[in-house]
Design a protein around this ligand. Structure first.
Ligand code: PFF
Length: 478
């Protein structure tokens, strides 16, 4: 079926999968792979490529890796199924879905999801803008050159210039404009068609780059830093590694703010949710690992410390390293071009949470909803272009507090308060789950919930430290 033609879908015997919204018939994915790719497209993004390497670098390399992998499989996957169940059962946007699942004060949870979407996309778009800027910078060799008189590498100077101010604001606007243009086209013509091109492109280009990185001189050292965990380090530093791994796990899988609720709401009932969820987790984790296999050999080959630069990681260290390796400009354009594609396919999922809410609840048409929401997010993100410390202000809050809070509340609602409905929904498309469903339920109810609550508490402490430390200092210098 031509994915561009929604009338085919509506008239093509798929009526039972179409649901009503204020706009009329609600769209669905045209194919199963369309849904999986869209969810993978949402999962794979700046979280894997920009955020992941600097979390690995800050949290001790392979020690973090191991914790992160455990989180993704043991916590992320079951938590993803919780969102799928809610989305498919209700066939509604996040706010409507939560309202249908539970009344009373729970309706505010849907509101929290929409709010988180706003916060994340606002700074995500600024970082996405940096990436777009770096495509140009790679082509023109902007970040390659001799260090400044005080020894600051050229890449760091370049990042310092483009990461804040008018440049950053312009590219933030450009990024949001592209996102709005894609989402305004709709679920099938915009999102589904877009990701069908984007996701295979990411995998192909990153595969080539990983092979290239393998040939670099620092590859062996990089692999051992990245892949051989130091358990002593892990035990000593678990208080910072645990919330980092939990936050990264939720962020990278797009959990905790209803993206997967929204995407699963466009899904039909004969879909096996567990297999879909498993494929998404495997794809996404594979791309994170692949990113490490590209980024760390590049860093080690150029003698750059992977723990150094925080939010500037790929922009300072990788860029600096690119200046010192053969074919660096071409690799740079490919690398940042791919990152831009990945960032866009995630950003469209973030904005879709808010847009679908506006369409379903207020009866606004898609174009108007997307344009208004896009403009509001641009405004909220504008302060982030003032100073890079603002990225931490938004990012720690989002990943280590808001997403975990959203995830915890949703699990309480679904796995504790609506368990029968949840199990029944999970069974659709799978046949009888037997004891597997019960195992899932109890895993989510107890260990997942405990780990998330502990991570959240540690995250709150870390954020308080940040606010009274680095951020207070920044405000003091204004
Ligand atoms: N998963 C995306 C990434 O790793 O870049 C970011 C993201 C998308 C986070 C959607 C949260 C979300 F709800």
């Amino acid at each position: 079926m031509d994915p561009a033609n929604i009338d085919d879908l509506i008239g093509g015997g798929a009526e039972e999968t179409c649901r009503m919204s204020a706009e009329g018939v609600r769209e669905t994915w045209s194919t199963r792979i369309g849904f999986i790719l869209a969810a993978v497209g949402s999962a794979v993004g700046l979280g894997n490529i920009w955020r992941f390497p600097f979390q690995v670098g800050q949290e001790g390399g392979a020690a973090f890796m191991i914790m992160y992998l455990a989180f993704v499989v043991l916590i992320g996957f079951p938590a993803m199924l919780v969102e799928f169940v809610v989305g498919r059962k209700t066939g509604l946007n996040t706010v409507g879905a939560i309202r249908e699942f539970a009344g009373g004060a729970w309706k505010y949870l849907g509101g929290l999801f929409v709010f988180i979407g706003f916060v994340i996309l606002s700074y995500y778009s600024v970082v996405g803008g940096w990436v777009m800027r770096y495509i140009v910078g790679s082509a023109t060799g902007g970040y390659v050159g001799p260090p400044a008189a005080d020894g600051t590498p050229q890449a760091a100077q370049y990042f310092g210039k483009i990461a804040v101010g008018w440049d950053a604001l312009f590219f933030h606007a450009l990024f949001m404009l592209v996102v709005v243009a894609i989402v305004a086209l709709g679920v099938q013509r915009g999102i589904e068609l877009g990701v069908k091109i984007m996701v295979p492109a990411i995998i192909a280009i990153f595969g080539v780059l990983a092979v290239y990185a393998f040939t670099l001189s620092g590859a062996a050292e990089a692999y051992s830093y990245y892949l051989s965990p130091d358990l002593g380090y892990l035990l000593e530093n678990w208080q910072s590694i645990v919330p980092a791994a939990a936050g990264q796990g939720f962020f990278t899988l797009s959990l905790g703010m209803g993206v997967m609720i929204t995407y699963a709401s466009y899904l039909s009932e004969d879909e096996n949710l567990a297999i879909d969820g498993g494929s998404i987790v495997v794809f996404n984790t594979g791309i994170s690992i692949l990113t490490g296999l590209i980024v760390f050999p590049i860093l080690f080959s150029a003698d750059v410390d992977p723990g150094d630069p925080g939010a500037g990681a790929i922009f300072v260290s990788v860029a600096e390293a690119l200046g010192g390796i053969p074919l660096g400009e071409l690799v740079g354009v490919l690398f940042f071009g791919t990152v831009a594609i990945a960032a866009l396919s995630s950003a469209i999922s973030l904005i879709e949470v808010v847009v679908s809410y506006a369409i379903d609840e207020f009866g606004v048409d898609r174009l108007t909803a997307t344009a208004i929401v896009g403009a509001a997010i641009f405004v909220l993100g504008a302060p982030v272009t003032y100073d890079t410390v603002m990225v931490d202000l938004y990012d720690i809050l989002a990943a280590k507090i808001l997403l975990l809070t959203g995830g915890i509340l949703l699990i309480v609602l679904v796995a504790w308060l609506s368990a029968d409905e949840a199990l029944e929904e999970l069974e659709k498309g799978v046949g009888r789950l037997g004891s597997n469903g019960i195992v899932w339920l109890w895993v989510v109810r107890v260990p997942v919930l405990i780990v998330l609550v502990v991570s959240l508490a540690l995250g709150v402490i870390e954020y308080a430290d940040f606010l009274t430390g680095d951020f207070a200092e920044f405000l003091g210098n204004l």
